[in-house]
Design a binder for this molecule. Structure first.
Ligand SMILES: C[S@@+](CC[C@H](N)C(=O)[O-])C[C@H]1O[C@@H](n2cnc3c(N)ncnc32)[C@H](O)[C@@H]1O
Length: 339
């Protein structure tokens, strides 16, 4: 599984993950001659789920977004995620491409109406406001960043949506919500920050109402090839540097996510690889960072944000090499599946 990209302090978890990777591929049926032992799934997921010092990671993520969100909003606006730029489409602004990303994701899952959504890793609430206007729904958002939560509430109030949308600081791995309560569970580019992917998916499914949809859009590493035990050392090194700058734990592949969705009993599971469709994004982010507004904003935001900016070319390189993938995973909680 996704033990390849390691933050340097996570070597022990790396070893555990390496042994579990084989087990996962056996379970996936790529080596059908081998029996899967009871508990294998647990042992292969556990290393990711117990990855590193969660408290350190959480405070790092909170500080990173506290410090960088204002600059992002000033330059890119309220959506803190990739845009969708399919080949051959007419030119569009980055903001249009970000809206298209939301729309295309909803299409994958076949979501056409929403009453009550949760925005897991909500940033400053751009997705929630878009959905509240589109569907007339209510929504709750959670983020680790106090500044983001406050800004999300302020922007929603200003947009006349304050009575329908609420944002708070909370951990996606331990959500402050009852089970079975949201018909749309939305995670746009927050999954890559989660040190325990299994718990992340299980929380998404727990809060999802029976019949509701779970949508995860996230960065993954490439799916390992048959017989491949691990990513190549140079690939690991590249991801490691990205992890350090963006406060990311170990990565996983879309195949790993699919298994976690299946384990949680979701049905109608669909995946997409939109690495091509997002390929212009990092070039555009780098270009915006090199404007006078971008550069002065970086200096004002401080070292954590500057470090993030310096790593942008590595993201572009990871995509170019086919190492980093931009994936969508959606599924539905069966009606009658109460928790
Ligand atoms: C790249 S931003 C995406 C923001 C938003 N989804 C959007 O598309 O505009 C990642 C978000 O994930 C949140 N996040 C990361 N780890 C989290 C966790 N364990 N619990 C809650 N939020 C988390 C961050 O605080 C941040 O708001």
């Amino acid at each position: 599984m996704s033990h390849q990209a390691l933050c340097p302090r996570k070597c022990l978890a790396a070893k555990r993950l390496r042994s579990s990777d084989k087990a996962l591929r056996v379970q996936a049926g790529r080596r059908p001659g081998l029996m899967v032992r009871a508990g294998v799934v647990e042992s292969l997921i556990k290393p990711i789920t117990t990855f590193g010092k969660v408290a350190d990671l959480k405070s790092g993520i909170a500080t990173f977004y506290d410090e960088s969100s204002e600059l992002w909003e000033n330059v890119w606006g309220e959506h803190m995620h990739h845009g969708y730029y399919p080949k051959g489409a007419p030119p569009k602004s980055n903001q249009e491409a970000q809206i298209d990303m939301i729309e295309e994701t909803l299409k994958v899952a076949g979501v056409t109406e929403v009453r009550n959504m949760v925005d897991v890793g909500c940033g400053i609430g751009g997705s929630s406001r878009y959905m509240a206007k589109k569907f007339g729904c209510r929504g709750s958002g959670i983020t680790l960043s106090p500044k983001q939560a406050a800004r999300a509430n302020a922007l929603s109030q200003a947009a006349g949506l304050g009575d329908r949308l609420q944002f708070q600081v909370a951990d996606a791995l331990s959500q402050p919500f009852d089970s079975d309560c949201f018909d749309l569970v939305w995670s746009m580019e927050s999954g890559e920050h989660m040190p325990d992917k299994r718990r992340f998916v299980s929380e998404l499914v727990r809060v999802c109402a029976p019949g509701g949809s779970v949508l995860v859009v996230t960065w993954c590493h490439r799916v390992l090839g048959p017989g491949e035990e691990a990513l190549q050392p140079d690939e690991q090194e590249l991801l490691q540097r990205i992890c350090e700058a963006y406060y990311l734990p170990a990565w996983c592949s879309v195949a790993d996510y699919q298994k976690l969705f299946e384990e949680q009993g979701l049905v109608d599971i669909r995946t997409r690889d939109w690495s091509e469709e997002v390929s212009p994004f990092w070039g555009r982010v780098i270009a915006s960072a090199l404007t006078s507004e971008g550069l002065s904003g970086l200096l004002k935001a401080g070292w954590t944000t500057i470090k993030g900016a310096l790593v942008m070319p590595l993201m572009a390189e990871g995509f170019r090499r086919g190492l980093i993938k931009f994936n969508v995973i959606t599924g539905r909680k069966p009606p009658g599946n109460h928790q």
